[in-house]
Design a protein around this ligand. Sequence first.
Ligand SMILES: [Zn+2]
Length: 108
Amino acid sequence: MAIISCPRCAKKISDKSQNCQHCQLDMTGMSAERKQHLAIEARDKKMQGVLNQSMLALILFLAGFCFLYFWALEPDGYEAVVSKGMIALGFLWYIYARARLIYLKRKN
Ligand SMILES: [Zn+2]
């Protein structure tokens, strides 16, 4: 018995099982071509999701900057704290999403 990746959800399953216990994909009589097609679809969807996340992170980061310079006039006010939090969160989130994208690209 070997462990393979489910063509749809990419979770680990046995090559002997006819359906995935994670996403209930039925693989009875499924051709290798169809499995590959599903795997590519799942990968593209995942990468698109991560790409969208990195865009959201960038927007959060830039919004934080704008707030800090155009809205938070008091340097110790809560607006400044919120802005800095947005910048930090956006930055970390962006780095994390980019790292995940690189990892996904390398894996395939
Ligand atoms: Zn699955």
